[in-house]
Write a protein that binds this ligand. Structure first.
Ligand code: MRU
Length: 341
């Protein structure tokens, strides 16, 4: 299974997702500022991958501060964490992973700064491995929901590229195929940045999963005409009541699923659940530059001065979600609260 991240020679190597599918270019991230830029430009993206990037970014930002006192080191860790958290606001995994890195250092009370830096790197590596195992479990649980022969619709990219490996929504598909199920995936192109067209199709083709690309506005008709059995997407943040923020267009799909009486599944690790946010109204939605909508893949496609609304995510109300596929099994909006408590 493809892994979009590598750690070598004190650098995090990430595949530049803005270049795919045309070029497999690797970036060699060596400090927190470069990590911040890579996150902001979506060179690395997807909620679980942002968590891994966040905690490695934290370490990269402080790894050379080993000749100062432990207190000065911890202050620098906090500052670097606060800085990295400003890269993107919606995916809670970024905040969760940085906080996890900061809090592990509380275990190192008598350590010097060199030892603290080592502890932080260990935690980053641990979180990364954990994410891969989590995604594997999501796939194993989720595939039980897939029929022997099934057409599935997905949105954006919730695949290996968005995680340590396997993905969330796509992990379900990979494991269904591994079990011998015959799946065909309909992929929303995902305007404006085309994560579906560029990334999900690239991933599925590499894994020999039959797939067909559609424009986002073809989803309702495709569900009707192509006998879609279910819709599965990932998530960037799930509030305590189950309301779910994910790539803009996900809410539309949930409404389409409800109208056509097919299941709408969210596949996400528990690290994407945010128990400090009671419902979807509290989720901060990133708004991105107008140029992304005024252009189609860097070519102007609208009057240059046209006003634009460009939210990167929307919030699907819990009542439209059939189930959450997590590393701890499949949960309804009602049982998920118990899991988080
Ligand atoms: O703006 P992006 O590409 O980071 O948005 C990503 C998504 O919306 C994904 O569906 C989500 O992060 C889940 S990835 C497993």
């Amino acid at each position: 299974m493809f892994q979009p991240l590598r750690f070598q020679e004190n650098k995090l190597h990430i595949i530049d997702q803005t270049r795919l599918p045309f070029e497999e270019k690797w970036l060699h991230i060596k400090n927190a500022r470069e990590m911040y830029q890579a996150i902001k430009k979506l060179q690395i993206r997807g909620a679980p991958a942002l968590g891994i990037a966040g905690i490695f970014g934290l370490w990269l930002g402080v790894k050379d501060e080993i000749n100062c006192s432990a207190n000065t080191f911890l202050k620098k860790v906090q500052e670097t964490g606060d800085f990295l958290k400003t890269a993107r606001p919606t995916a809670v995994n970024l905040f969760w992973a940085i906080d996890r890195g900061i809090s592990v250092l509380k275990r190192g009370k008598s350590m010097n700064s060199r030892e603290l830096a080592h502890l932080l790197l260990q935690e980053a590596t641990h979180l990364w491995r954990e994410d891969i195992e989590t995604c594997r479990r999501i796939g194993e649980h989720g595939q039980t929901l897939i029929e022997e022969e099934s057409n599935i619709l997905t949105h954006c990219n919730a695949g290996a590229l968005a995680t340590g490996a396997y993905g969330t929504a796509l992990s379900v598909i990979y494991f269904a195929q591994q079990k011998g199920k015959r799946v065909h995936v309909y992929v929303d192109e995902t305007r404006p940045l085309l994560q579906g067209a560029r990334l999900t199709t690239w991933e599925l083709q590499r894994n020999n999963i039959p797939c067909t690309l559609i424009c986002d506005n073809m989803a309702a008709y495709t569900v009707k005409q192509k006998n879609i059995g279910c819709i599965i997407t990932g998530a960037d943040r799930i509030a305590l009541n189950g309301d779910t923020a994910n790539k803009i267009g996900t809410y539309n799909l949930a409404l389409i699923a409800r109208h056509h009486d097919i299941p709408f599944y969210i596949a996400a690790p528990l690290s994407t659940f945010d128990s400090s946010t009671p419902n979807g109204k509290g989720i901060v939605i990133e708004e991105r530059p107008a140029e992304e909508v005024r252009n189609f893949h860097n070519t102007p496609s609208a009057p240059p001065d046209i006003p634009v609304f460009n939210p990167a995510f929307d919030v699907t109300p819990a009542e439209l979600i059939t189930a959450y596929i997590t590393e701890k099994g499949i949960h309804s909006p009602h049982t998920i609260k118990g899991l988080l408590a």
